[in-house]
Ligand binder design. Structure first.
Ligand code: HEC
Length: 89
């Protein structure tokens, strides 16, 4: 009987903690995937998609503006792609 109570207590604590932990991780992953996904879908239309390590953060900012016009991207899409390319440096 005592052991059962202990297990119940552990579950009561462990389940909410693991839920909170995993939801944070998921949010992070989704925002990263969005920029990476936009990059992989858009930047290969005209040339090989440049690797995030090809340019510096400052260069990516300029390239983002440049390719935004060419690729017809929205402000939001450009921001996400540039953030993804800069985050991988
Ligand atoms: C509509 C076609 C098109 C799309 C889509 C496109 N590019 Fe380009 N890109 C070009 C052309 C054409 C050049 C070479 C001439 C120039 O520099 O404008 C180029 C050149 C580049 C260069 C070389 C440096 C520079 O600024 O000239 C980089 C880096 C680059 N693109 C990154 C990207 C990224 C990142 C994306 C996705 C957001 C992208 N491109 C999407 C057409 C495109």
């Amino acid at each position: 009987m005592k052991t059962f109570k202990k297990i119940k207590l552990i579950l009561l604590i462990a389940v909410p903690v693991s839920l909170i932990g995993s939801s944070c991780v998921t949010t992070n992953k989704i925002s990263n995937v969005t920029g990476a996904l936009l990059w992989s879908e858009n930047c290969i239309r005209c040339h090989n998609a440049p690797s995030p390590t090809d340019f510096t953060d400052i260069q990516w900012g300029k390239i983002g503006m440049h390719m935004k016009v060419r690729a017809n991207l929205t402000d939001d899409e450009t921001k996400k792609i540039v953030e993804f390319l800069q985050s991988a440096n």
